[in-house]
Design a binder for this molecule. Structure first.
Ligand code: ATP
Length: 287
């Protein structure tokens, strides 16, 4: 009987075009995951292989999105687990859950295991507050499973964390999560523009919309998730205007679709009123 907290791995449907900016991180992930899959003989001949990538950075910056996009691109199943959900109060159950995650990944291989909030699953061993050494055993189990992957295995691990400093260093050694990639908010104009473009790919714009102008009125230091919030607000606002304008008894609004809705500059302006940047300067300095 499988644990209900562990999902069935499936190939996700996130395209690279859904992700704006982050071009360097995208390239590094593809090199680490796609190349060994495409050219297994070249890679396995040295006996050296990378299985794990750790994505770290502030919340909402696209870590999960990146992991899913690489799975889609490489046609890999994706098994997402949240650190805290694997932890269980019953003796031995957390270790058992970890064993089960790897077992599921093996049976779905080629597969990516995505460990969200890896810090909560693999904190520094011997840390204060670990009563009964539960976390020590969880980390040991995780290490044993990771070390059990051989160079021909088609299982990859991607970890995500906002607190890389809390992770047990043994997890970051070669052959484990040995590629650390920072995923931060897009800071320069062109990357911000590319995030906005990705999120509004399906919008129909009014003539007064120029995405460059919208970027210049967005606050600094905002994450991809903040951009998502702005676009979702703008879309809702545009629909509100659309219904108000057309719900006059002359047009049958029920026959209209989202494709009839035009998003205008004023919708973005209104959307921006309620958005607060979620990444603070303190967060950025921390990384
Ligand atoms: P957390 O650390 O909180 O788990 P995360 O870094 O994994 O966050 P995601 O879940 O990938 O962040 O991003 C949240 C949402 O924000 C995405 O579903 C997407 O809509 C949007 N988003 C984030 N980054 C980008 C980006 N670079 N391009 C387009 N959309 C983005």
């Amino acid at each position: 009987q499988y644990n209900k907290n562990i999902n069935t791995p499936t190939v996700p449907k996130v395209q690279w075009e859904d992700i704006g900016g982050l071009s360097e991180v995208k390239r590094e992930i593809i090199e680490t995951i796609n190349f060994p899959l495409k050219f297994p003989d070249i890679f396995s001949s040295s006996g050296l292989r990378r299985f794990g990538i750790l994505l770290f950075g502030p919340p909402g910056t696209g870590k999960t999105l990146l992991a899913k996009a690489v799975a889609t691109e490489c046609n890999l199943c994706f098994l997402s687990v949240k650190g805290p959900e694997l932890l269980n109060m019953y003796i031995g159950q957390s270790e058992e859950n970890i064993r089960e995650v790897f077992e599921r990944a093996r049976s779905a291989a080629p597969c990516i295991i995505f460990f969200d909030e890896l810090d909560s699953l693999a904190p520094n061993r011997g840390a204060a507050g670990d009563s009964g050494g539960v976390m020590d055993r969880v980390v040991s189990q995780l290490l044993a499973e990771m070390d059990g992957l051989n160079e021909k295995a088609t299982i990859f691990m991607i970890g995500a964390t906002n607190r890389p400093d809390l992770i047990d260093p043994a997890l970051l050694r070669p052959g484990r999560f040995d590629k650390l990639l920072y995923v931060g908010p897009s800071m320069d104009f062109n990357s911000r523009l590319s995030v906005l473009k990705a999120l509004t790919r399906k919008f129909k714009f009014a003539k007064d919309v120029k995405l460059e102008n919208i970027i210049s009125i967005c606050p600094e230091n905002i994450s991809g998730a903040d951009f998502y919030g702005i676009c979702a607000n703008a879309w809702t606002h545009a629909i509100g205007r659309f219904i108000e304008r057309n719900n006059n008894g002359v047009i049958d609004i029920k026959n209209m679709t989202g494709k009839d809705v035009e998003v205008g500059y004023e919708d973005f302006k209104s959307a921006l009123k309620s958005v607060q940047p979620s990444v603070s300067l303190k967060d950025l300095l921390y990384f």
